[in-house]
Design a protein around this ligand. Structure first.
Ligand code: ATP
Ligand code: MG
Length: 464
């Protein structure tokens, strides 16, 4: 008896030292009269997933961000289900279901076009988890009890379980109270939880900005100190999280908070430099606020375009430096792009399909400056013209490229072919006169420069 008591005290001390959240075994059962979730906002596919598992004798709940959003009256963008059934058991109860993931296997249950990510309750891992030297968890893949599953989630508001059959919310960590108070509170010891997974710091910022929540002081306090741990996060994971943040519909708010928390340094290596330059900041903030508008209007966001805007200033300054050293404009731009992508992809595994888009958008920019003869007509055939043109407009809107250039292209794109021919026959006032070739000078590549944006002549031109 005494031995057991001593053991329990020892366990508790160890848990506290390890920063492991104290797990409450019995949750609060919150009825619909209290939580008020509108069942009509719940996806049919998620309800059917829970019902099928429950009919087979398992426990099954909608979990995570969906419950949080439902409590806030927001229609969730996707639904996850957690259950005590194993992946094989889950799969066997649905016609269209596949087991995915190697480290921690979960099941994608499909109904029509909707996929419900269904996972087995996960354990906390009783101290035997693999971690790196900073405490980052490398393997975390054992099944567990529901209370353990709740304790390993990041924030109290993300650790709620909704049973659509009983219309009841199971709450182990006072998440419902925190939703009502609009507080983001990490479960367990904040420092230990960030060490386990530094991405949680970025998640804190994203949720706070997206939900308009305040970060609880104890949850917030270690972030500034532990920000450098972001450096240890694998690049692919960081990219996914950055993409979520930038396409959350609250990118501007997120970036402002990242900066306030001192988190922007490790994330996009150049973001801190960029945001410290007023020119770069104006461009990025304009790009991000347009992205936010698009997301909120339910429109598609092309990640390539987004990252092209984020890194443009860096490309521009390296390009400018090379041109100042006497390099030809186009090869200089290509070199600048290579260097920027090299650094960024190492840090932030931007997938190749996105970097290909970025490169095309950037390489198109000097081509917009050639408005005479066949050049603009040829550019119309470019497959990524729309993205390149939108990018140009953004540059014009923040004053980095001449507004007149943007107007010209808008007119040109909307004109009929006869007007286009006329437009291309006139030399725009701001266009540089064609260079007289020196005798014996070697012919340059057709794309060779003297463009508007890089020249100092013409209204509204700026040096890049
Ligand atoms: P969103 O609205 O952005 O999808 P979400 O809360 O659903 O928000 P997801 O990334 O979809 O976020 O994760 C689903 C759930 O998994 C979270 O609600 C949380 O309970 C848990 N989770 C996700 N990432 C972590 C993490 N890094 N550490 C602990 N728990 C996590
Ligand atoms: Mg989610």
């Amino acid at each position: 008896m005494i031995r057991r008591l001593v053991q329990r005290v020892q366990d508790r001390v160890q848990t506290l030292l390890a920063g492991k959240p104290r797990t409450r075994r019995a949750p609060k059962h919150i009825p619909v009269s209290e939580h008020g979730i509108d069942r009509s906002l719940v996806s049919r596919a998620a309800i059917r997933t829970c019902e099928a598992l429950q009919a087979a004798g398992f426990r099954a709940y909608i979990v995570g961000g969906a419950v949080r959003d439902l409590l806030l009256g927001i229609a969730p963008k996707d639904f996850d289900v957690a259950t005590d059934a194993t992946p094989e058991q889950i799969k066997s109860h649905f016609r269209r279901a596949i087991i995915i993931g190697r480290r921690f296997r979960l099941v994608h249950v499909m109904f029509g076009g909707e996929t419900i990510e269904t996972s087995t309750f996960r354990a906390l891992g009783a101290g035997e988890r693999d971690t790196d030297e900073h405490g980052r968890v490398l393997a975390d893949n054992t099944f567990g009890e529901q209370h353990e599953d709740a304790a390993r989630r990041d924030f109290t508001v993300n650790a709620l379980y909704y049973d659509p059959t009983r219309q009841e919310v199971l709450d182990y960590h006072d998440g419902v109270r925190d939703v009502r108070r609009r507080r983001l509170r990490i479960i367990g010891n904040p420092e230990a939880r960030y060490r386990e997974d530094p991405v949680r710091m970025l998640r804190a910022v994203r949720f706070a900005a997206k939900l308009g929540f305040e970060i609880d002081p104890a949850t917030r306090e270690p972030i500034g100190r532990l920000a450098p741990l972001i450096e240890n996060v694998p690049a692919a994971r960081l990219f996914d999280e950055m993409l979520k943040l930038l396409t959350s519909g609250h990118a501007v708010g997120c970036i402002e908070r990242l900066r306030a928390e001192g988190l922007h340094h490790g994330v996009l290596p150049l973001l801190d430099v960029i945001l410290d330059q007023p020119e770069g900041e104006r461009f990025i903030m304009l790009a991000l606020s347009r992205t936010d508008e698009r997301v909120r209007a339910g429109k598609h966001i092309a990640p390539g375009f987004l990252f092209a805007t984020l890194l443009w200033n860096e490309v521009l300054s390296q390009w400018k430096a090379r041109v100042a050293r006497g390099e030809h404009r186009l090869p200089a731009l290509e070199e600048a792009i290579d260097r920027v992508l090299e650094v960024q992809t190492e840090k932030l595994a931007i997938q190749r399909r996105y970097t290909a888009d970025m490169r095309e958008i950037w390489m198109m920019q000097p081509r917009f400056e050639r408005r005479h003869g066949q050049a603009p007509v040829r550019l119309l055939e470019h497959l990524r013209l729309r993205a390149g043109y939108d990018f140009l407009q953004l540059r014009c809107d923040c004053g980095e490229a001449p507004a007149e250039l943007g107007h010209w292209w808008t007119q040109f794109l909307h004109a009929d072919s006869q007007t286009r021919t006329q437009m291309a026959a006139q030399r725009p006032a701001s266009a540089p006169a064609p260079r007289k070739r020196r005798r014996g000078a070697r012919r340059r590549a057709p794309e060779s420069p003297q463009p508007v944006a890089l020249s100092t002549q013409g209204e509204g031109n700026r040096e890049p």
